[in-house]
Design a protein around this ligand. Structure first.
Ligand code: SIN
Length: 279
């Protein structure tokens, strides 16, 4: 199976077309897709028409799917979550909630956060609703050598409901919240497949840097977040219906935009696949 590929952003993101994931790719094509993802950090596969089982089967070729009960699932497949403009804080105030509205990487409160996220555009509004990405390899590599030397050994505590969080998060049952893990991760991680070093930030889940007093920890985290989310590190994905966008949470941040016209629906299916503890 062959496909066409085009660069989307200057320093990250590519789109491939001419491939139908309804027929699972042969091993060489699958490897070419994985290589394209490693090279580009964000990979868009255009014009797919997949029901939830077929979407899950295609994404399972990139890793082992993980179940997320914090999001609704499709009736056909519990491992395919739904992200919708109609999402509400059902167990809280019932008001609309935008999942992923601030910069984050997925699931960093877990000891082994997911490696990849796949988002499939089912219904796309007439305008708006883009997803923004930021390149954490480039943000790390651009830091002055003395800053890199200072932050290389540091570790950060990540929590599901961090006191620094910027986004509203869905209310969860008390027993689930009590059992919610927290994790300590390196501030700079080495990608297990590419060997490249990347800033590992999650503005929404980081609580504090281990061993620094709180004011110093907040100051350093704020500085690094401001640095890493500068426009020069970003790519903004304008969705087409049928796009599957796969991103690598180990070297990117992302954020959703809920700026589409009132009354228009944005509906995505989402799969995440397992990762390993960051080192
Ligand atoms: C997410 O943060 O996983 C969702 C991103 C989006 O809806 O654009």
């Amino acid at each position: 199976m062959s496909f066409q590929s085009e660069k989307l952003g200057g320093h990250m993101a590519a789109a491939v077309s001419g491939i139908d994931l309804g027929h699972l790719p042969d091993a060489a094509t699958q490897q070419a897709l994985i290589d394209a993802l490693h090279d580009n950090l964000v990979l868009c596969i255009r014009a797919q028409k997949l029901d939830p089982p077929a979407f899950l089967a295609a994404m399972s070729r990139f890793g082992t799917p993980m179940r997320r009960k914090q999001l609704a699932s499709t009736p056909e497949c519990a491992d395919v979550n739904i992200i919708s403009s109609e999402d509400r804080d059902e167990l809280g105030d019932g008001k609309k909630i935008v999942n992923g509205a601030n910069w984050h990487t997925d699931d960093s409160f877990m000891r082994e956060p997911c490696s990849l996220t796949m988002l499939y555009g089912i219904e796309i509004p007439s305008r708006g609703g883009d997803t923004q990405f930021a390149n954490m390899y480039a943000a790390y590599e651009d830091l002055p050598a003395e800053t890199r030397a200072r932050i290389d050994p540091l570790k950060v505590v990540h929590k599901y409901s961090s006191s620094r969080k910027l986004s509203r998060i869905s209310t969860r049952p008390a027993d689930e919240m009590a059992a919610m893990p927290e994790a300590t991760h390196p501030l700079v991680r080495t990608h297990p497949d590419t060997g490249r070093r990347a800033l590992y930030l999650n503005p929404n889940r980081m609580e504090e840097i281990v061993g620094l007093d709180r004011a110093e920890s907040d100051r350093l985290l704020d500085e690094l977040i401001a640095h890493a989310t500068q426009p020069k590190y970003q790519y903004r994905h304008v969705w087409q219906q049928g796009d599957i966008v796969i991103w690598d949470n180990r070297c990117t941040l992302h954020k959703a935009n809920a700026d589409y016209p009132e009354g228009e629906r944005r509906l995505m299916h989402r799969v995440i696949v397992a990762g390993t503890a960051p080192v």
